[in-house]
Unconditional design. Structure first.
Length: 168
């Protein structure tokens, strides 16, 4: 849990709210047991560095092994669905879900927006439980169909665009 908290602090210095998921997402899709060679490598911007290895991910020095079940501490469940990778990390009781898309030399990282407008968009598609209104923590538990609607409606917003580092 400390590793995820540290990663969240680094990646989202300006964000003070969070949308959590009751279960890893998406509920369907291909479970990634190892990453393809063409996406393996080091991706970075000015705040964060992510290394994609065959069976694990290193995020700002914190190592997460791929798993094919609900992730525990130091694990990440990655599913490939709808031309994107979805990484589910357990944070205490709930899950943080990242959507990641790759192109030639970039890795775009998305999370569900948690500002008032984004939460309003979420509520159009599913029930949203407020965990802590003062901190802006929300919990959702989308069905397969609802999750598809979230992807298509742009609820997942880009939070970081990392460039692949060239190996010398």
């Amino acid at each position: 849990m400390k590793k995820i908290g540290g990663f969240m602090l680094v990646l989202f210095l300006t964000a003070c709210s969070q949308v959590y998921f009751a279960t890893p997402q998406p509920r369907k899709g291909f479970v990634v047991k190892s990453f393809l060679e063409n996406i393996q490598g080091v991706y970075a911007d000015t705040l964060i560095e992510v290394e994609i290895m065959k069976n694990e991910v290193l995020i700002s020095g914190n190592r997460f092994r791929l798993t094919n079940q609900d992730p525990c501490e130091d694990e990440v469940l990655v599913r490939f669905y709808n031309d994107a990778y979805f990484a589910s990390l357990k944070d205490s009781l709930w899950y943080i879900v990242f959507m990641v898309r790759f192109d030639e030399q970039n890795m775009a990282v998305y999370i569900p927006g948690s500002d008032a407008l984004s939460v309003s968009r979420l509520k159009r598609h599913l029930d949203v439980e407020t965990i802590d209104s003062t901190r802006g923590f929300y919990l959702i538990d989308p069905s397969v169909k609802e999750f598809e609607q979230l992807i298509n409606s742009g609820v997942f917003e880009v939070v970081s665009l990392l460039q692949k580092k060239q190996v010398n």
